[in-house]
Design a protein around this ligand. Structure first.
Ligand SMILES: NC(=O)c1ccc[n+]([C@@H]2O[C@H](COP(=O)([O-])OP(=O)(O)OC[C@H]3O[C@@H](n4cnc5c(N)ncnc54)[C@H](O)[C@@H]3O)[C@@H](O)[C@H]2O)c1
Length: 336
């Protein structure tokens, strides 16, 4: 029987990229991919992935993902969810998806693992949104998380369950707190962080983009720092996560803040100018939105990467310019 890697949220941005990366990884040849989403997920071309359309808020549909006929379950990447603004605007639905359905998948993995004698790796994507309120200048691995949003609260609740299930030997949990990802392809979203990618992505395509931070290129608000990582580094770190020996992780928590880097909004714009010229910058329209600015300003923007790096996780190097350049190349190649 072959080994199985299951991805929930495989129809989304990171889930889709992860599925392709696993399919293309020579070390994972022979693993069977099961891709799950509430929208029909797409299998990477020429793969033998199984695609399942399932609403994971229904525990029976979560249970049905685990079937000995598919193979021996090695890893679950639990990536499904609704994003920050969605869970803030609709609290009950946010809890149902971001907490209840994650617990349903966790329980299904636990019970299947116990039945088959397999300790399943349960890799979960948390977020810097677990932090809020007064924070130190640099977030350390022992900084207490006090979320100030429904999204951050839901992620923290999931983390506590996964840590407890790990302590009890139900699963082998690994929890990744992600930075804001830049450049995210696709259409602008209602997320407060949407502009972080939008002010690069749209101008590179000759389109206007609204920056809700500051009134003009000279506004002091543009010095707002952000904690960022590129999609490529995030996906490589997802792959590294399942290779780390459990004995190297802290005994009392499976939380790891994935490495990121700090860049200000002004530095993002400077990188756009360096890669695509002044004309691209003129496509950014400044419409200062104090509410959006307050939300983004409340997020931490500096973390101590040393624990994550000591485990073998990788970080972006070179700041924003190589990330903007790579996205421009991907646009030209039609691969995003
Ligand atoms: N992209 C980022 O900047 C970022 C930052 C921090 C954390 N994260 C976390 O990473 C994970 C993936 O993020 P993404 O950017 O790929 O998000 P995404 O919105 O692109 O993908 C999420 C997927 O979950 C699916 N989903 C929602 N409800 C479902 C349900 N009931 N049953 C099954 N599937 C359901 C959606 O259909 C969607 O395809 C999420 O858990 C997110 O919270 C992302």
């Amino acid at each position: 029987m072959g080994k199985v890697i299951l991805i929930t949220g495989a129809g989304g941005f990171l889930g889709g990229k992860l599925a392709s990366a696993i399919h293309e990884d020579p070390e994972l040849t022979g693993f069977r991919l099961i891709l799950v989403d509430v929208i029909e997920p797409r299998a990477p071309p020429h793969s033998n992935a199984i695609t399942i359309k399932a609403d994971l808020t229904d525990p029976a549909q979560a249970d049905a993902l685990f079937n000995t006929q598919y193979g021996v379950y090695d890893t679950v990447y639990c990536l499904h969810g609704i994003m920050s603004r969605g869970s803030e605007d609709n609290f009950d639905f946010g809890v149902k998806v971001n907490v209840d359905s994650v617990r349903a998948v966790l329980d299904a993995a636990r019970h299947h693992g116990q039945k088959t004698g397999q300790l399943i790796k349960f890799i979960f994507t948390s977020s810097l949104a677990v932090y809020g309120g007064p924070l130190p200048d640099v977030i350390q691995s022992d900084t207490i998380a006090t979320p100030q949003s429904a999204y951050g609260m839901g992620k923290l609740v999931d983390e506590i369950f996964i840590n407890e299930y790990t302590r009890r030997g139900f699963v082998d949990g690994r929890i990744l707190r992600l930075p804001t990802i830049v450049v995210r392809p696709g259409a602008p979203s209602a997320a407060a962080s949407s502009f972080v990618s939008g002010i690069i992505r749209e101008p590179l395509q000759g389109l206007e983009s609204v920056c809700p931070i500051g009134d003009s290129l000279t506004s002091p608000e543009l010095d707002l720092p952000l904690w960022l990582a590129s999609p490529d580094v995030i996906i490589r770190n997802f792959l590294i996560t399942r290779q780390i020996s459990a004995t190297r992780l802290l005994a009392h928590t499976r939380v790891v803040c994935l490495p990121g880097f700090t860049a200000t909004v002004r530095e993002e714009i400077a990188a756009l100018e360096e890669v695509a010229g002044k004309e691209a910058v003129t496509l950014i329209k400044f419409e200062d939105d104090p509410t959006n600015r307050r939300v983004v300003s409340s997020w931490p923007s500096r973390f101590d990467n040393s624990y994550a790096l000591s485990l073998g996780f990788i970080a972006d190097s070179g700041g924003m310019v190589p990330i903007v350049r790579r996205f421009q190349q991907q646009l030209k190649a039609g691969s995003v």
